[in-house]
Ligand binder design. Structure first.
Ligand code: ZN
Length: 507
């Protein structure tokens, strides 16, 4: 018997006894069993104030931060705990949180993981959902972005989460009793654990918890159980960088004739759609299902704030599911440079039309993946010989125009051979006004590379190329101030740092 299984057995034994007495006694019974063997220690009625839940000071805490987090008055917090302005707040010190008399025990701040909503978090931490909302001053479900701290109750040892929970969702037209029978779960346990006062309180799309028989907790408590795992790299996403999203679906979620079918998961991040493709190189842990991957990028000028990730799909039985949650991004480390160019370079009308055309091409999606492994530097001088980095904020001619560098400038004198960075198909090969001699390669799965300012173009649209094939010669055509290769890489319709693709294999 695992530790978790033992814990569940202890809990459930009490639940069933408690249910015979009614919910109130069940709760009382629970407290008595989990506390130390002496039942009298569970009665904590203190003869005199101050009353209120306790909080154990964590490293990095400030009094002001604690007061804000728990919504209590700073002066009251100090007074109740006998703290003066010169007292040191050391980690491990217990504070009484005043004016929260309806709550008892200890309060903890935990981080909201992706895939949980207020209902699932409340259930996970053994609170009626209304109580969780009140404790966290929630007015909108969108406040629960991943990474945000929320307040949950616990005892002196830590937050009071259930040991290991599995997920269950009612099927079409299925009642709570039928679902419980299907899963082999006691319906009373299901009701009690999910704070349902009656069987009719379970909504059709509600994801319910039950004790996990294998002792493995299933995260993603707000998603249907058919969604086994959602992960992404890097975590967090970084401004101006590529990211990959992996979604693992249980066999039951896959269409019967899986060949050539549209992936059973779709999604969007910020305002752009995510295109999923089957990913068979997933870790062995995903063996119980099938993993799909989508590649995308964070725009280098995206504000550093949370953005919504939306996932949705339709299960073979016709149930549609959708989940959306905001997640923060991390700032990229970008410099600033002042650039002086001939005044005619700043004429925006030509540039805008050309940029729109290039963006449209480089925002496409081809379901075939042509590349494999890391890309190779398109210049014979390699990826370390750089004239200008990606993402640098730029001021042209003393602020006459602002922008950012959408690619990386690699070394390449006039006539230097330029190579395809990876296998792909030529989708543009022509002279453009701003970009000069330009080649765009489609590598599949929404990944494109662009090569600008070429003095000669040696490929044609539709041509298949392999990594290392010569596609043209470096130059200074278009709006360029000297010979070099401007190399651009787009993923999911967003220009991202190309150098990352030289250092690692994606996805
Ligand atoms: Zn450039």
């Amino acid at each position: 018997m695992t530790g978790n299984a033992r814990k569940w057995a202890a809990w459930l034994g009490v639940v069933l006894v408690g249910l015979l007495w009614g919910t109130g006694s069940a709760r009382a019974g629970l407290v008595a069993l989990t506390a130390t063997p002496t039942p009298s220690t569970t009665v904590t009625a203190s003869p005199s104030p101050p009353v209120g839940p306790r909080y154990v000071v964590q490293p990095g805490d400030t009094l002001y931060g604690i007061a804000t987090r728990f919504g209590v008055d700073l002066d009251r917090l100090m007074a109740v705990n006998g703290l003066g302005p010169n007292d040191v707040l050391y980690p491990g010190r217990e504070l009484i949180l005043p004016d929260l008399a309806a709550v008892s025990g200890y309060l903890y701040a935990v981080t909201v993981p992706f895939g949980e909503d207020w209902r699932s978090l409340a259930r996970r931490y053994r609170l009626p959902p209304a109580e969780f909302v009140r404790l966290n001053h929630l007015v909108s479900p969108y406040q629960l972005y991943a990474g945000r701290p929320v307040i949950v109750p616990g005892d002196a040892t830590g937050p009071q989460a259930w040991p290991a929970l599995a997920r269950l969702q009612l099927g079409p037209g299925e009642g709570l009793l039928e679902a419980a029978a299907r899963q082999g779960v006691n319906p009373w346990v299901l009701r009690w654990l999910n704070h349902l006062s009656g069987a009719s309180q379970a909504l059709a799309d509600d994801v319910l918890f039950y004790p996990a028989a294998d002792g493995r907790d299933q995260a993603l408590g707000a998603l249907p159980p058919e969604v086994r795992a959602v992960r992404w790299k890097p975590d967090p996403r970084v401004q101006g960088e590529t990211w990959a999203l992996f979604v693992t679906l249980a066999p039951a979620a896959l269409p019967a004739d899986a060949a050539d079918q549209a992936p059973p998961v779709q999604g969007a991040w910020r305002t752009r759609p995510l295109h999923f493709a089957p990913w068979d190189d997933a870790p062995a842990d995903d063996a119980a299902g099938r993993t799909f991957v989508a590649l995308s990028g964070v725009h280098p000028l995206a504000w550093v704030e949370p953005y919504p990730l939306r996932l949705e799909g339709t299960l073979p039985d016709g149930r549609a599911w959708a989940f959306e949650q905001e997640q923060p991004i991390a700032a990229g480390d970008y410099g600033f440079e002042e650039i002086t160019v001939p005044p005619e370079f700043l004429d925006a009308t030509v540039a805008q039309a050309e940029s729109a055309r290039v963006a449209e091409i480089m925002s496409g999606y081809t379901p075939t993946r042509y590349w494999d492994g890391p890309m190779q530097a398109p210049s014979p001088y390699g990826g370390d010989c750089i004239n200008s980095l990606f993402g640098t904020r730029r001021s042209y001619n003393d602020g006459a125009l602002w922008g950012y560098h959408a690619g990386v400038d690699l070394c390449g004198g006039l006539g230097t051979p330029i190579y395809a960075a990876a296998d792909g198909v030529v989708v543009l090969a022509e002279n453009l006004e701003v970009r000069g001699g330009a080649v765009i390669l489609d590598h599949g799965w929404g990944v494109y590379t662009g090569y600008w300012h070429l003095s000669a173009i040696e490929v044609q649209p539709g041509q298949q190329v392999q990594a290392g094939d010569e596609i043209g010669l470096a130059g200074s055509t278009g709006r360029s101030t000297g010979p070099h290769l401007h190399w651009e890489l787009w993923v999911g319709g967003v220009p991202v740092n190309p150098l990352t693709w030289l250092q690692q294999a994606w996805p």
